[in-house]
Design a protein around this ligand. Sequence first.
Ligand SMILES: *[C@@H]1O[C@H](CO)[C@@H](O)[C@H](O)[C@H]1NC(C)=O
Length: 426
Amino acid sequence: MAKLLASAVALGTAFISAAAWFDARRKTQKPTVECHPTEFNNRVLAACPSLNLPYQPVMFMTNPHVETIFAAKTRTKPAVRYQREILHTSDGGCVALDWQWEPESDKALPADAPVLVLLPGLTGGSGDSYVSHAVVAARAAGMRAVVFNSRGTADSPVITPQFYSASFTGDTRAVVAHVARRYPASRALLAAGWSLGANILLRYLGEEGAATPLRAAVSMCNPFNLTISNQGLKSGFSRIYDLNLATSLRNIFMKHELLWTGMPPPFRPDDVAAGRCPTIRDFDDAITIHSFGWPSVDAYYAGSSSALSVPHLPVPTLCIQALDDPIAPKEATPFEALRAQPLATTVTTLTGGHLGWVEARTGATGAPWTNAVMFEWLSAVVEELGRSGSGGKGGKQQEERQQDDVARQLVSEEEEVAGVVARVGA
Ligand SMILES: *[C@@H]1O[C@H](CO)[C@@H](O)[C@H](O)[C@H]1NC(C)=O
Protein backbone atom coordinates (compact mmCIF):
# COMPACT_ATOMS: atom_id res chain seq x y z
CA MET A 1 0.00 0.00 0.00
CA ALA A 2 2.75 2.43 1.08
CA LYS A 3 4.72 1.42 -1.99
CA LEU A 4 1.78 2.12 -4.25
CA LEU A 5 1.29 5.53 -2.67
CA ALA A 6 4.97 6.39 -3.07
CA SER A 7 4.82 5.46 -6.75
CA ALA A 8 1.71 7.57 -7.24
CA VAL A 9 3.39 10.58 -5.59
CA ALA A 10 6.55 10.08 -7.68
CA LEU A 11 4.49 9.83 -10.85
CA GLY A 12 2.50 12.94 -9.94
CA THR A 13 5.64 14.93 -9.20
CA ALA A 14 7.22 13.84 -12.45
CA PHE A 15 4.12 14.85 -14.37
CA ILE A 16 3.91 18.32 -12.76
CA SER A 17 7.63 18.91 -13.26
CA ALA A 18 7.40 17.91 -16.89
CA ALA A 19 4.44 20.26 -17.40
CA ALA A 20 6.33 23.12 -15.70
CA TRP A 21 9.41 22.41 -17.82
CA PHE A 22 7.40 22.47 -21.04
CA ASP A 23 5.64 25.67 -20.01
CA ALA A 24 8.97 27.37 -19.24
CA ARG A 25 10.27 26.21 -22.65
CA ARG A 26 7.17 27.44 -24.42
CA LYS A 27 7.45 30.86 -22.79
CA THR A 28 11.14 31.26 -23.58
CA GLN A 29 11.20 34.12 -26.06
CA LYS A 30 13.26 37.13 -26.92
CA PRO A 31 12.04 40.24 -25.10
CA THR A 32 10.11 42.64 -27.32
CA VAL A 33 11.98 45.91 -27.82
CA GLU A 34 10.28 48.98 -29.26
CA CYS A 35 11.89 52.34 -29.95
CA HIS A 36 12.36 54.83 -32.74
CA PRO A 37 15.13 53.61 -35.08
CA THR A 38 17.44 56.58 -34.51
CA GLU A 39 21.20 56.28 -34.82
CA PHE A 40 21.44 56.86 -31.07
CA ASN A 41 19.01 54.04 -30.27
CA ASN A 42 20.62 51.68 -32.77
CA ARG A 43 24.04 52.18 -31.23
CA VAL A 44 22.70 51.83 -27.68
CA LEU A 45 20.77 48.65 -28.48
CA ALA A 46 23.79 47.15 -30.21
CA ALA A 47 25.54 47.44 -26.84
CA CYS A 48 22.77 45.55 -24.98
CA PRO A 49 23.43 41.84 -25.64
CA SER A 50 20.82 40.78 -23.04
CA LEU A 51 18.07 42.14 -25.27
CA ASN A 52 19.16 39.89 -28.10
CA LEU A 53 19.05 36.70 -26.08
CA PRO A 54 15.87 34.81 -25.31
CA TYR A 55 14.37 35.46 -21.87
CA GLN A 56 14.28 32.03 -20.21
CA PRO A 57 11.85 31.69 -17.33
CA VAL A 58 12.94 29.33 -14.56
CA MET A 59 10.70 26.27 -14.10
CA PHE A 60 7.48 27.05 -12.19
CA MET A 61 8.04 30.79 -12.67
CA THR A 62 5.61 31.01 -15.56
CA ASN A 63 2.84 31.59 -13.06
CA PRO A 64 2.99 35.30 -12.15
CA HIS A 65 1.87 34.82 -8.55
CA VAL A 66 4.33 32.01 -7.90
CA GLU A 67 7.09 34.13 -9.45
CA THR A 68 6.20 37.33 -7.58
CA ILE A 69 6.04 35.62 -4.19
CA PHE A 70 9.01 33.34 -4.84
CA ALA A 71 11.18 36.33 -5.78
CA ALA A 72 10.03 38.36 -2.78
CA LYS A 73 10.72 35.53 -0.34
CA THR A 74 13.78 33.76 -1.66
CA ARG A 75 15.88 36.24 -3.65
CA THR A 76 19.36 36.55 -2.16
CA LYS A 77 20.34 39.84 -0.60
CA PRO A 78 23.95 40.76 -1.39
CA ALA A 79 25.75 42.39 1.52
CA VAL A 80 25.87 46.11 0.83
CA ARG A 81 27.26 48.61 3.29
CA TYR A 82 25.45 51.93 3.18
CA GLN A 83 26.21 55.30 4.59
CA ARG A 84 23.09 57.27 5.38
CA GLU A 85 22.73 60.95 4.61
CA ILE A 86 19.71 62.87 5.86
CA LEU A 87 18.50 65.58 3.56
CA HIS A 88 16.27 68.27 5.06
CA THR A 89 13.49 69.40 2.75
CA SER A 90 11.95 72.83 2.43
CA ASP A 91 8.68 71.74 4.12
CA GLY A 92 10.51 70.87 7.33
CA GLY A 93 10.59 67.14 6.63
CA CYS A 94 13.54 64.95 5.75
CA VAL A 95 14.60 62.19 3.38
CA ALA A 96 17.16 59.44 3.96
CA LEU A 97 19.68 58.83 1.18
CA ASP A 98 21.63 55.59 1.47
CA TRP A 99 24.93 55.80 -0.40
CA GLN A 100 26.89 52.72 -1.10
CA TRP A 101 29.76 53.02 1.36
CA GLU A 102 33.07 53.74 -0.32
CA PRO A 103 36.27 52.84 1.49
CA GLU A 104 38.61 55.83 1.24
CA SER A 105 41.67 53.85 0.30
CA ASP A 106 41.00 51.26 -2.36
CA LYS A 107 38.67 50.96 -5.28
CA ALA A 108 37.16 54.41 -4.82
CA LEU A 109 35.31 55.56 -7.92
CA PRO A 110 36.66 58.53 -9.88
CA ALA A 111 35.01 61.93 -9.44
CA ASP A 112 33.48 61.74 -12.92
CA ALA A 113 31.77 58.37 -12.35
CA PRO A 114 28.08 58.40 -13.30
CA VAL A 115 25.76 58.67 -10.29
CA LEU A 116 22.64 56.50 -10.22
CA VAL A 117 19.67 57.41 -7.99
CA LEU A 118 17.49 54.39 -7.17
CA LEU A 119 13.79 54.72 -6.28
CA PRO A 120 12.33 51.56 -4.68
CA GLY A 121 8.68 50.51 -4.86
CA LEU A 122 5.87 51.26 -2.39
CA THR A 123 7.13 50.71 1.19
CA GLY A 124 10.44 49.35 -0.22
CA GLY A 125 13.89 50.68 0.58
CA SER A 126 17.64 50.19 0.52
CA GLY A 127 17.35 46.91 2.40
CA ASP A 128 15.28 45.16 -0.27
CA SER A 129 16.95 42.42 -2.27
CA TYR A 130 16.18 43.86 -5.73
CA VAL A 131 17.60 47.21 -4.60
CA SER A 132 20.78 45.70 -3.13
CA HIS A 133 21.36 43.72 -6.32
CA ALA A 134 21.13 46.93 -8.34
CA VAL A 135 23.56 48.70 -6.00
CA VAL A 136 26.10 45.91 -6.41
CA ALA A 137 25.67 45.91 -10.20
CA ALA A 138 26.05 49.69 -10.29
CA ARG A 139 29.45 49.47 -8.67
CA ALA A 140 30.47 46.75 -11.13
CA ALA A 141 29.46 49.13 -13.94
CA GLY A 142 31.57 51.91 -12.43
CA MET A 143 28.61 53.91 -11.15
CA ARG A 144 28.00 55.50 -7.77
CA ALA A 145 24.66 54.30 -6.42
CA VAL A 146 22.42 56.07 -3.95
CA VAL A 147 19.06 54.81 -2.73
CA PHE A 148 16.39 57.44 -2.24
CA ASN A 149 14.16 55.99 0.49
CA SER A 150 10.70 57.50 0.52
CA ARG A 151 9.82 59.06 3.88
CA GLY A 152 9.47 56.40 6.54
CA THR A 153 10.77 53.48 4.45
CA ALA A 154 13.97 51.61 5.31
CA ASP A 155 13.53 52.83 8.91
CA SER A 156 14.15 56.38 7.83
CA PRO A 157 13.09 59.15 10.18
CA VAL A 158 9.77 60.93 9.78
CA ILE A 159 9.61 64.29 11.53
CA THR A 160 6.46 65.87 10.12
CA PRO A 161 3.00 64.34 9.57
CA GLN A 162 3.61 63.67 5.89
CA PHE A 163 4.73 60.59 3.98
CA TYR A 164 4.72 60.57 0.19
CA SER A 165 2.43 59.97 -2.73
CA ALA A 166 2.50 58.65 -6.28
CA SER A 167 2.78 62.16 -7.65
CA PHE A 168 4.53 64.11 -4.89
CA THR A 169 7.76 64.99 -6.68
CA GLY A 170 9.12 67.58 -4.24
CA ASP A 171 11.43 65.10 -2.53
CA THR A 172 12.66 63.69 -5.85
CA ARG A 173 13.46 67.21 -7.05
CA ALA A 174 15.37 67.96 -3.84
CA VAL A 175 17.27 64.67 -3.99
CA VAL A 176 18.28 65.04 -7.64
CA ALA A 177 19.42 68.63 -7.07
CA HIS A 178 21.38 67.59 -4.01
CA VAL A 179 23.09 64.71 -5.78
CA ALA A 180 23.99 67.02 -8.67
CA ARG A 181 25.57 69.49 -6.23
CA ARG A 182 27.43 66.76 -4.39
CA TYR A 183 29.02 65.31 -7.54
CA PRO A 184 29.42 68.24 -9.93
CA ALA A 185 32.11 66.43 -11.94
CA SER A 186 29.98 63.35 -12.60
CA ARG A 187 29.77 62.43 -16.29
CA ALA A 188 26.05 61.72 -16.02
CA LEU A 189 23.32 61.69 -13.40
CA LEU A 190 20.98 58.75 -13.92
CA ALA A 191 17.92 57.38 -12.13
CA ALA A 192 16.03 54.10 -12.01
CA GLY A 193 12.76 53.30 -10.28
CA TRP A 194 10.66 50.25 -9.62
CA SER A 195 6.89 50.14 -9.36
CA LEU A 196 5.67 53.21 -7.43
CA GLY A 197 9.23 54.55 -7.56
CA ALA A 198 9.07 54.33 -11.37
CA ASN A 199 5.76 56.19 -11.37
CA ILE A 200 7.21 58.97 -9.21
CA LEU A 201 10.37 59.16 -11.34
CA LEU A 202 8.44 59.60 -14.60
CA ARG A 203 6.13 62.15 -12.97
CA TYR A 204 9.18 64.12 -11.88
CA LEU A 205 10.74 63.94 -15.37
CA GLY A 206 7.49 65.04 -17.02
CA GLU A 207 7.18 68.03 -14.71
CA GLU A 208 10.82 69.02 -14.77
CA GLY A 209 11.34 68.70 -18.51
CA ALA A 210 14.65 69.94 -19.90
CA ALA A 211 15.56 71.53 -16.56
CA THR A 212 16.34 68.16 -14.99
CA PRO A 213 20.01 67.39 -14.38
CA LEU A 214 19.21 63.69 -15.04
CA ARG A 215 20.53 62.36 -18.37
CA ALA A 216 18.64 59.06 -18.60
CA ALA A 217 16.09 57.03 -16.66
CA VAL A 218 14.91 53.45 -16.25
CA SER A 219 11.36 52.55 -15.24
CA MET A 220 10.57 48.97 -14.19
CA CYS A 221 7.17 47.38 -13.44
CA ASN A 222 5.59 50.82 -13.46
CA PRO A 223 1.85 50.79 -12.62
CA PHE A 224 1.49 53.74 -15.10
CA ASN A 225 -2.32 54.08 -14.90
CA LEU A 226 -3.13 54.00 -11.19
CA THR A 227 -6.88 53.81 -11.78
CA ILE A 228 -6.48 50.55 -13.71
CA SER A 229 -3.71 49.07 -11.59
CA ASN A 230 -5.53 49.78 -8.32
CA GLN A 231 -8.70 48.29 -9.79
CA GLY A 232 -6.68 45.16 -10.61
CA LEU A 233 -5.72 44.76 -6.96
CA LYS A 234 -9.36 44.26 -6.04
CA SER A 235 -9.82 41.04 -7.96
CA GLY A 236 -8.87 37.44 -7.30
CA PHE A 237 -5.50 36.53 -5.93
CA SER A 238 -4.15 40.08 -6.33
CA ARG A 239 -6.08 41.06 -3.19
CA ILE A 240 -3.24 39.40 -1.27
CA TYR A 241 -0.76 41.98 -2.58
CA ASP A 242 -3.14 44.80 -1.72
CA LEU A 243 -3.57 43.58 1.88
CA ASN A 244 0.17 42.94 2.26
CA LEU A 245 1.22 46.35 0.99
CA ALA A 246 -1.45 48.03 3.12
CA THR A 247 -0.10 46.18 6.16
CA SER A 248 3.40 47.51 5.38
CA LEU A 249 1.98 51.02 5.04
CA ARG A 250 0.23 50.67 8.37
CA ASN A 251 3.39 49.37 10.05
CA ILE A 252 5.32 52.42 8.85
CA PHE A 253 2.45 54.67 9.94
CA MET A 254 2.29 53.14 13.43
CA LYS A 255 5.98 53.91 14.07
CA HIS A 256 5.18 57.58 13.62
CA GLU A 257 1.57 57.59 14.75
CA LEU A 258 2.04 60.27 17.40
CA LEU A 259 2.92 62.86 14.74
CA TRP A 260 -0.67 62.56 13.55
CA THR A 261 -2.27 63.03 16.97
CA GLY A 262 -4.92 65.72 16.73
CA MET A 263 -4.70 66.02 12.95
CA PRO A 264 -8.12 67.46 12.14
CA PRO A 265 -10.57 65.84 9.71
CA PRO A 266 -10.57 64.96 6.88
CA PHE A 267 -7.41 63.14 8.13
CA ARG A 268 -8.44 59.88 9.77
CA PRO A 269 -5.33 58.61 11.60
CA ASP A 270 -7.46 56.72 14.13
CA ASP A 271 -8.90 54.59 11.34
CA VAL A 272 -5.42 53.46 10.34
CA ALA A 273 -4.41 52.82 13.95
CA ALA A 274 -7.56 50.81 14.63
CA GLY A 275 -6.94 48.61 11.58
CA ARG A 276 -9.89 49.98 9.64
CA CYS A 277 -7.80 50.57 6.48
CA PRO A 278 -7.10 47.08 5.15
CA THR A 279 -6.31 48.14 1.55
CA ILE A 280 -3.97 50.66 -0.09
CA ARG A 281 -7.00 52.58 -1.26
CA ASP A 282 -8.34 52.80 2.33
CA PHE A 283 -4.99 54.10 3.54
CA ASP A 284 -4.86 56.67 0.76
CA ASP A 285 -8.41 57.72 1.63
CA ALA A 286 -7.56 58.16 5.33
CA ILE A 287 -4.17 59.84 4.99
CA THR A 288 -2.46 60.31 1.62
CA ILE A 289 -5.02 62.36 -0.30
CA HIS A 290 -5.36 64.86 2.55
CA SER A 291 -1.60 65.37 2.87
CA PHE A 292 -1.46 66.29 -0.80
CA GLY A 293 -4.77 68.08 -1.25
CA TRP A 294 -6.71 65.66 -3.47
CA PRO A 295 -10.51 65.80 -3.22
CA SER A 296 -10.90 62.01 -3.59
CA VAL A 297 -8.94 58.82 -4.12
CA ASP A 298 -10.28 58.57 -7.67
CA ALA A 299 -9.01 62.07 -8.45
CA TYR A 300 -5.68 61.20 -6.82
CA TYR A 301 -5.19 58.05 -8.92
CA ALA A 302 -6.36 59.69 -12.13
CA GLY A 303 -4.13 62.73 -11.62
CA SER A 304 -1.04 60.92 -10.35
CA SER A 305 -0.65 58.33 -13.12
CA SER A 306 2.71 58.46 -14.85
CA ALA A 307 1.00 57.53 -18.14
CA LEU A 308 0.30 61.27 -18.27
CA SER A 309 4.04 62.02 -18.15
CA VAL A 310 5.12 59.82 -21.06
CA PRO A 311 4.62 62.49 -23.78
CA HIS A 312 6.73 64.94 -21.75
CA LEU A 313 9.79 62.80 -21.01
CA PRO A 314 12.90 64.96 -21.55
CA VAL A 315 15.64 62.28 -21.57
CA PRO A 316 16.19 58.75 -22.93
CA THR A 317 13.99 56.46 -20.84
CA LEU A 318 13.96 52.68 -20.75
CA CYS A 319 10.64 51.13 -19.64
CA ILE A 320 10.72 47.44 -18.77
CA GLN A 321 7.42 45.68 -18.13
CA ALA A 322 6.45 42.00 -17.67
CA LEU A 323 3.25 41.27 -19.55
CA ASP A 324 1.99 39.02 -16.72
CA ASP A 325 2.70 41.54 -13.93
CA PRO A 326 -0.21 41.21 -11.47
CA ILE A 327 0.36 44.62 -9.81
CA ALA A 328 1.42 46.73 -12.81
CA PRO A 329 -0.79 45.04 -15.43
CA LYS A 330 -0.28 45.40 -19.17
CA GLU A 331 -3.74 46.98 -19.43
CA ALA A 332 -2.32 49.94 -17.49
CA THR A 333 0.77 50.33 -19.70
CA PRO A 334 0.38 53.20 -22.21
CA PHE A 335 1.95 51.38 -25.16
CA GLU A 336 0.67 53.87 -27.74
CA ALA A 337 2.05 56.87 -25.89
CA LEU A 338 5.36 55.08 -25.39
CA ARG A 339 5.57 54.28 -29.12
CA ALA A 340 4.92 57.92 -29.93
CA GLN A 341 7.63 59.13 -27.54
CA PRO A 342 10.94 59.31 -29.46
CA LEU A 343 13.00 59.16 -26.25
CA ALA A 344 11.35 56.00 -24.91
CA THR A 345 12.57 52.45 -25.34
CA THR A 346 10.02 49.88 -24.23
CA VAL A 347 11.03 46.34 -23.36
CA THR A 348 8.45 43.69 -22.52
CA THR A 349 8.85 40.10 -21.40
CA LEU A 350 6.15 37.46 -21.53
CA THR A 351 6.65 36.53 -17.86
CA GLY A 352 8.38 38.18 -14.92
CA GLY A 353 5.60 38.83 -12.41
CA HIS A 354 5.99 41.93 -10.23
CA LEU A 355 9.59 42.66 -9.24
CA GLY A 356 10.28 39.05 -10.19
CA TRP A 357 12.14 38.47 -13.47
CA VAL A 358 13.52 35.20 -12.15
CA GLU A 359 15.57 34.13 -15.17
CA ALA A 360 17.71 31.11 -15.93
CA ARG A 361 21.03 32.85 -16.57
CA THR A 362 21.20 34.53 -13.15
CA GLY A 363 19.60 31.54 -11.43
CA ALA A 364 16.45 31.12 -9.38
CA THR A 365 17.60 33.26 -6.44
CA GLY A 366 20.04 35.61 -8.16
CA ALA A 367 19.69 39.17 -9.43
CA PRO A 368 16.55 39.96 -11.42
CA TRP A 369 17.02 39.73 -15.21
CA THR A 370 16.36 43.45 -15.49
CA ASN A 371 19.70 44.23 -13.80
CA ALA A 372 21.66 43.07 -16.82
CA VAL A 373 19.45 45.03 -19.22
CA MET A 374 19.39 48.17 -17.10
CA PHE A 375 23.16 48.42 -16.72
CA GLU A 376 23.97 47.50 -20.33
CA TRP A 377 21.54 50.17 -21.47
CA LEU A 378 22.62 52.86 -18.99
CA SER A 379 26.31 52.30 -19.73
CA ALA A 380 25.65 52.48 -23.48
CA VAL A 381 23.60 55.65 -23.08
CA VAL A 382 26.33 57.33 -21.02
CA GLU A 383 28.84 56.34 -23.69
CA GLU A 384 26.66 57.72 -26.50
CA LEU A 385 25.89 60.95 -24.67
CA GLY A 386 29.61 61.41 -24.09
CA ARG A 387 30.29 60.83 -27.78
CA SER A 388 27.63 63.29 -28.95
CA GLY A 389 28.84 65.80 -26.38
CA SER A 390 25.41 66.42 -24.93
CA GLY A 391 25.81 64.27 -21.87
CA GLY A 392 28.75 64.96 -19.68
CA LYS A 393 30.09 68.14 -18.25
CA GLY A 394 31.49 70.38 -20.91
CA GLY A 395 28.67 69.37 -23.25
CA LYS A 396 27.02 72.37 -24.87
CA GLN A 397 23.47 71.59 -23.76
CA GLN A 398 24.69 70.94 -20.26
CA GLU A 399 26.59 74.22 -20.18
CA GLU A 400 23.53 76.11 -21.35
CA ARG A 401 21.46 74.29 -18.79
CA GLN A 402 23.90 75.19 -16.04
CA GLN A 403 23.74 78.81 -17.10
CA ASP A 404 19.96 78.56 -16.96
CA ASP A 405 20.19 77.04 -13.51
CA VAL A 406 22.44 79.81 -12.28
CA ALA A 407 20.09 82.39 -13.74
CA ARG A 408 17.11 80.72 -12.09
CA GLN A 409 18.90 80.56 -8.78
CA LEU A 410 19.78 84.26 -9.00
CA VAL A 411 16.17 85.10 -9.75
CA SER A 412 14.94 83.04 -6.83
CA GLU A 413 17.54 84.60 -4.54
CA GLU A 414 16.44 88.03 -5.72
CA GLU A 415 12.86 87.08 -5.01
CA GLU A 416 13.85 85.84 -1.59
CA VAL A 417 15.66 89.08 -0.83
CA ALA A 418 12.68 91.04 -2.12
CA GLY A 419 10.43 88.93 0.12
CA VAL A 420 12.58 89.59 3.16
CA VAL A 421 12.70 93.30 2.34
CA ALA A 422 8.93 93.34 1.94
CA ARG A 423 8.43 91.55 5.25
CA VAL A 424 10.86 93.85 7.06
CA GLY A 425 9.20 96.83 5.38
CA ALA A 426 5.78 95.68 6.52
C1 LIG B 1 -6.41 55.24 -17.15
O1 LIG B 1 -7.38 54.32 -17.54
C2 LIG B 1 -8.70 54.85 -17.51
C3 LIG B 1 -9.65 53.70 -17.75
O2 LIG B 1 -9.36 53.04 -18.95
C4 LIG B 1 -8.81 55.96 -18.54
O3 LIG B 1 -10.09 56.50 -18.53
C5 LIG B 1 -7.77 57.00 -18.21
O4 LIG B 1 -7.77 58.00 -19.19
C6 LIG B 1 -6.38 56.41 -18.08
N1 LIG B 1 -5.48 57.41 -17.57
C7 LIG B 1 -4.35 57.73 -18.16
C8 LIG B 1 -3.56 58.75 -17.49
O5 LIG B 1 -4.00 57.23 -19.20
